[in-house]
Ligand binder design. Structure first.
Ligand SMILES: Nc1ncnc2c1ncn2[C@@H]1O[C@H](COP(=O)(O)OP(=O)(O)OP(=O)(O)O)[C@@H](O)[C@H]1O
Length: 327
């Protein structure tokens, strides 16, 4: 059965810490199985994420049960709840499964970064884009997801930090961040990725562009848009740079122009996976960078609004284990 946590205490916030039982204890002994998971699985699901399906979650939970694994499903009631839960040092679970998109995964990572005993993370890919699922080759089939969770094969999930906030995919400033800030939530829920396209077209002809200074390892590059990427993919299955979220290291994608025609050409280059060959585009590996501008320029982290410049970006020196399918 799904739980919205309605009968449970409110999520723990600083200053009002309440202990809650995070998983249901099986009344019957757990089935003996060579692949049985010790401990429990908590599935935190964002019911507002694109493609959310309660039935699918129940299906995964049933299959986990058949493999001897006890799982509780909890639906978030508000934005930020996953982060609040994960940032509580008393939060203990062996495996935390995020059922949602990149924003929900980011919340979990942000909460867990200082956790004394972070759980293993797993992802049930819902979400409008869910680029991390593409990045890691995560399954979308209920049985394969259950197999992945009980299979215990992990890879280190590397991430970057923007003003101290983790990002798994990218942090950026410029036109794409303005689109992320500008896309109405109702339109995103209804039209999914098309909502971004419509918002981009609407903004393209009536925005004031901002000049960005991108300082990378001591050298300043002038840009109209800058994307610090931890992932290979951007916005979907489009390859933006080498590396990937399970490899250490970040890349800065610098775009020198952002007039509508140039943006169109960059879009075409992105579709063909050759952004670095486009005129006025560069991809530079880096460890530390800053993005500044004379007036604040919109910023986004992993597809969600993230205030504005200035941004200080570094690669985190730790990684969090994430469950992946056995190859
Ligand atoms: N119950 C909720 N009500 C409203 N917002 C929520 C709730 N739970 C989580 N959120 C917020 O929804 C945001 C977007 O969710 P998520 O990333 O899971 O889906 P998405 O935007 O459809 O997918 P993607 O980011 O992959 O495009 C998250 O940043 C999270 O903070």
């Amino acid at each position: 059965m799904l739980s919205t946590g309605g009968s449970r205490p409110a999520p723990k916030r600083k200053g009002s810490r309440v202990k809650v039982s995070l998983w249901s204890v099986p009344e019957e002994p757990v089935l003996e199985s060579a692949r049985a998971v010790e401990g429990s699985v908590l599935i935190m699901a964002n019911p507002t994420s694109g493609g959310f399906s309660a039935r699918f979650l129940e299906d995964v939970r049933t299959r986990l049960g058949a493999a001897g694994c006890t799982a509780e499903i909890r639906l978030t009631r508000h934005a930020g709840e996953i982060g609040e839960l994960c940032s509580d040092p008393e939060f203990r679970v062996k495996t935390l499964v995020i059922a949602g998109g990149d924003g929900s995964i980011n919340e979990a990572l942000t909460g867990l970064q200082d956790h004394p005993e972070p759980p293993r993370l797993a992802v049930i890919p819902f979400g409008t884009a869910n680029v991390l699922a593409l990045e890691l080759g995560l399954p979308r089939n209920a049985q394969k997801i259950a197999d992945m969770i009980v299979g215990e094969v992990t890879r280190p999930l590397h991430f970057g930090l923007a003003n101290g906030r983790p990002f798994v995919l990218m942090v950026s400033s410029g036109f794409d961040a303005e689109v992320v800030h500008g896309v109405p939530l109702a339109l995103k829920r209804k039209l999914k990725k098309l909502a971004y396209v419509i918002t981009a077209v609407r903004l393209a002809f009536k925005r004031d562009t901002t000049d960005l200074d991108v300082a990378i390892d001591g050298k300043v590059h002038h840009a109209k848009m800058a994307v610090a990427s931890n992932a290979r993919h951007y916005g979907g299955p489009f390859v933006i740079c080498p590396g990937g979220a399970t490899e250490a290291g970040l890349h800065m994608v610098i775009l020198e122009k952002d007039d509508p025609f140039s943006a169109f050409l960059y879009g075409l280059a992105l579709l063909s996976g050759r952004i670095e060959r486009a005129r006025g585009a560069r991809v530079i590996p880096f460890q530390q960078a800053t993005i500044t501008s004379l007036r604040p320029a919109a910023a986004q982290v992993d597809g969600d609004p993230f205030g504005a410049t200035p941004l200080t970006i570094t690669a985190a020196d730790t990684a969090i284990p994430i469950l992946v399918p056995a190859s």
